[in-house]
Write a protein that binds this ligand. Structure first.
Ligand code: TRP
Length: 349
């Protein structure tokens, strides 16, 4: 990844914030979110959901956006969108997000958030938009045209973060260019019109990225991702048909044996054990035994979460209430911020 320097800086800054959070939780507002394109999987769970719950329990203001307008950045349909949104809310709650503490809402229900897009777009140049390497990578991976919305969605993400004056954003490394764009937008707005927005920092996790079952990046489109919402049987089936290699003896070697190592890391994170130790224990037991171990580890860990999930799914009225309540709260905050923005810009008539 280019720009290692800025990664190092972001990592150090993020460690300082982690320490300060313990002392001054009230100084922080978290905003993060997900694109509702399908079910959340183990990568989301260990990569960010656990961290969100941890921040929620510290008394930091926590906000989660279900980024429904981001779905159409690189696809031509909103098929299944409502189903995906509701299931995302169910996943959050099952994993420990508490709607009494964390505001959960969607883009499309908060007009004032979206209106920030107009002044914000005036603060970036086309060249800056074109330079964002995550957008470039996403466009290439999608095989879709570079839509105006895909090109400008990092600016829209700045609206997501800044409408509630978020100052910490737990993200993966790929989102760092977006955080940089958000900082720049906030700085330029404040310079031009007076201080309205805070300085934003990404909160990087020190836990290594969990690869998919085949050792590649975990992604639904690769068929290597275990969804939180899968049943035990679906989980077993997916693990069973995942690739291994021809060597019987199980060893942990992410470089040369990505498939076997992906399985070992999954088992390791679910059991809290060291993948090397699991490998040594299985040894000549081979891939069959390893896969049985991984299946038990995943299904064991997620049993209580999946049980809660099933209970929650029985009461869709409650799930809708959670979202309606979050949307109402988000609207009140967004209208207040938009009011400050229009005042700062002299657009109060
Ligand atoms: N782009 C993010 C993702 O795909 C989701 C997202 C939308 C987001 N708005 C955000 C993340 C604001 C952080 C802050 O994961």
């Amino acid at each position: 990844m280019p720009n290692e320097g800025s990664y190092e800086v972001a990592l150090r800054r993020s460690q300082q914030i982690q320490a300060d959070l313990e002392v001054h939780p009230e100084a922080y507002t978290m905003l993060t979110g997900d694109r509702p394109t399908g079910r959340l999987h183990l990568g989301h769970y260990f990569g960010t959901l656990v961290e969100r719950v941890r921040l929620q329990e510290k008394g930091i203001k926590t906000n989660i956006i279900v980024a429904d307008y981001q779905v159409i950045t690189d696809r031509d349909t909103t098929e299944h969108i409502a189903d995906n949104v509701y299931n995302m809310v169910i996943d959050y709650l099952a994993c420990g997000i508490d709607p009494a503490k964390t505001m959960i809402f969607t883009h499309s229900a908060v007009p004032a958030l979206n209106q920030l897009m107009l002044p914000f777009l005036s603060l970036v140049s086309e060249a800056e938009l074109q330079r964002n390497r995550t957008v470039k990578a996403e466009q290439e991976a999608s095989g879709h045209a570079l839509t105006g919305l895909l090109l400008t969605y990092p600016v829209h993400q700045a609206c997501d973060i800044l409408f509630c004056k978020g100052n910490i954003v737990p993200v993966g490394r790929d989102q760092l260019p977006h955080i940089e764009q958000t900082r720049q937008i906030a700085r330029r707005f404040n310079e031009r019109y007076g201080k309205v927005f805070p300085t934003v920092d990404g909160l990087l996790t020190s836990t290594p990225l969990l690869p998919g079952l085949d050792g590649r990046k975990m992604s639904k489109s690769y068929g290597n991702a275990i969804a939180i919402s899968m049943t035990d049987a679906e989980t077993a089936k997916l693990i069973k048909k995942s690739k291994s290699d021809s060597e019987r003896n199980i060893t942990f070697d992410p470089e040369n044996r990505p498939e076997v190592s992906g399985l070992l890391m999954t088992a390791g994170i679910c059991t809290g054990r060291d993948p090397e130790e699991i490998a040594a224990e299985i040894g000549m037991g081979g891939a069959g035994q390893l896969k049985r171990y991984v299946t038990e580890a995943v299904n064991g860990y997620f049993a209580p979460i999946r049980e809660r999930r099933q209970e929650l799914a029985k009461d869709m009225d409650y799930i809708k209430d959670v979202l309606h309540d979050g949307n109402a709260r988000a609207n009140a905050i967004a209208e207040q911020t938009l009011d400050e923005v229009r005042t700062a810009m002299g657009m109060k008539y």
